[in-house]
Ligand binder design. Structure first.
Ligand code: HEM
Length: 125
């Protein structure tokens, strides 16, 4: 397994998301952890796209594993945006059924994204 700096940053963000989920009842811990995980993950995405043109590369001859990884990753971005928007509402006192329902699916997809990122690297080296 190759632990590149990007992978280590990804493990840190994923760990923050898992701990933030476990601390979902403690706003003082939950919100800073989730905002940090989201910021790091969006930064990672931008960095990978800018330096590797990942979307163009993947669109040439993607294998099944890469397609699976990209599908998971798109799901992560969509759910993240939903959680941040509904989380801000919740903080203002507006209840959100979405925020509770989409939390665990996001955590599962984000862990899946991390695992498949290692598989994609192993398969391409
Ligand atoms: C800007 C980001 C976020 C903000 C501002 C935010 C805000 C909040 C607030 C205010 C609560 C209520 C806490 C309480 O019970 O007092 C909460 C609960 C919760 N949050 Fe977040 N959150 C954010 C991101 C996330 C993310 C990314 C996830 C996904 C894993 C998540 C999952 C949950 C879950 C599952 C609950 C419990 C919901 C319930 O039982 O009603 N949150 N969040």
């Amino acid at each position: 397994m190759e632990f590149s700096p990007l992978k280590i940053i990804s493990i840190v963000a994923c760990t923050m998301l898992v701990v933030g989920y476990l601390k979902r009842r403690d706003r003082k811990v939950h919100i800073p952890l989730m905002v940090s995980a989201f910021t790091i993950d969006m930064g990672l995405l931008l960095y990978i796209e800018i330096t590797r043109h990942a979307i163009e590369q993947a669109s040439h001859a993607p294998g099944g594993l890469l397609i699976f990884h990209i599908t998971i990753s798109v799901g992560v971005v969509v759910l993240y945006i939903g959680q941040v928007v509904s989380g801000i509402k919740k903080r203002k006192g507006i209840s959100s059924a979405w925020h509770r329902k989409a939390g665990l699916p996001l955590v599962i997809l984000r862990v899946g994204n991390l695992i498949t990122s290692f598989m994609v690297t192993a398969a391409s080296s």
